[in-house]
Design a protein around this ligand. Structure first.
Ligand SMILES: Nc1ncnc2c1ncn2[C@@H]1O[C@H](COP(=O)(O)OP(=O)(O)O)[C@@H](O)[C@H]1O
Ligand SMILES: [Mg+2]
Length: 228
C-alpha cells in the first residue's frame, strides 16, 4: 500500500531557559494512505508534539519527515504554510474558531487564505456545513453554538481544502458522551467517504479500539503500532 507519511529518526527537544525536554526520542513511522489511526499514551508522552510535527506546525530537532512525497524540511516557512493549508486539516480539542465570524465564514477561512475565488469557497463551505448537519446554522457565531456544533464547524473548516490528511488532537475531549459519539461517527464517515488519512490523539481506550489502526506512545517513543 502507498505510504503517505514517513518519519525517520525524529527527535524533538524543547529548550526552556536552561532546561531541555526531550519530547520525542527517535520516532520511525510509516503511515499508509487511507489509514485511520489512533494515537494513545500517557499525558506527556509526546502525542501532541508528534501531531504538531506531522502537521508541520513545528519542525523536528533532527530527523526526516516526508508527506505526500515532499521532504518538508526543504520547504521555507512560507512554502510550508501553503503546503500545510492544502495538505492537512486540523481538529483540536479547543476548536479555535474565530468568535467574531459566522460559522460559514469560519469554514471559508482556509479558502480565503489560499486566495481561492470567494463564490467557490462559499459554495463549498455551505456544502460542508450541510454535510456536518449545520446547514441551518451558517450565519451563527461560534458563541451561539453548542460545544458539539462548534466542533462540527471546526471539522467542516478542516475539510474545506479537501486535504488528504486530517490530524485530530482529542477532538471529543471537551464533549459529553453522546455528542462525542456523534462527532466520532461524523469524522469516521467523512474520512471513509473522502479517502482521508486520519491520525487521532485520544485518551479514550474504547474510542481508540474502534479505529482500525493504532499507535501507542510512551516517554517520547512509539512502543507499539498496528498499521496495515
Ligand atoms: N512548547 C513546549 N515547550 C517546552 N516543553 C514542551 C512544550 N510542548 C510540550 N512540552 C513537553 O514535551 C513533553 C511532551 O508533551 P506533549 O507532546 O504535549 O504530550 P502529550 O500530548 O502526550 O500529553 C512534555 O514533557 C511536555 O511538558
Ligand atoms: Mg497532548
Amino acid at each position: 500500500m502507498e505510504t503517505l507519511i514517513t518519519l525517520k529518526s525524529i527527535y524533538k527537544t524543547y529548550k526552556l531557559d536552561s532546561q531541555e525536554v526531550d519530547a520525542l526520542r527517535g520516532i520511525d513511522l510509516s503511515i499508509p494512505k487511507g489509514a485511520i489511526c489512533s494515537i494513545t499514551g500517557p499525558s506527556g508522552s509526546g502525542k501532541s508534539t508528534l501531531l504538531h510535527i506531522i502537521g508541520t506546525l513545528d519542525r523536528p530537532t533532527s530527523g526526516v519527515i516526508s508527506i505526500n512525497s515532499t521532504n518538508v524540511a526543504t520547504l521555507s516557512d512560507q512554502m510550508l504554510s501553503v503546503f500545510r493549508n492544502c495538505t492537512i486539516g486540523f481538529v483540536f480539542q479547543m476548536n479555535n474558531l474565530l468568535p467574531e465570524f459566522s460559522a460559514l465564514e469560519n469554514v471559508m477561512l482556509p479558502g480565503i487564505i489560499a486566495g481561492s475565488k470567494d463564490e467557490a469557497v462559499r459554495e463549498r463551505a455551505n456544502f460542508l456545513l450541510k454535510s456536518v448537519g449545520l446547514g441551518h446554522r451558517a450565519s451563527h457565531r461560534p458563541g451561539e453554538l453548542s460545544g458539539g456544533e462548534q466542533q462540527r464547524v471546526a471539522i467542516a473548516r478542516a475539510l474545506l481544502m479537501a486535504p488528504p490528511i486530517l490530524l485530530a488532537d482529542e477532538p471529543t475531549g471537551n464533549l459529553d458522551k453522546k455528542t462525542s459519539a456523534s462527532i466520532e461517527e461524523l469524522l469516521m464517515n467523512l474520512c471513509h467517504e473522502n479517502g482521508v488519512t486520519m491520525l487521532m490523539v485520544t485518551h479514550d481506550p474504547s474510542l481508540a479500539s474502534r479505529l482500525p489502526n493504532a499507535i501507542c506512545m510512551e516517554d517520547g517513543k512509539i512502543i507499539s503500532t498496528s498499521l496495515i
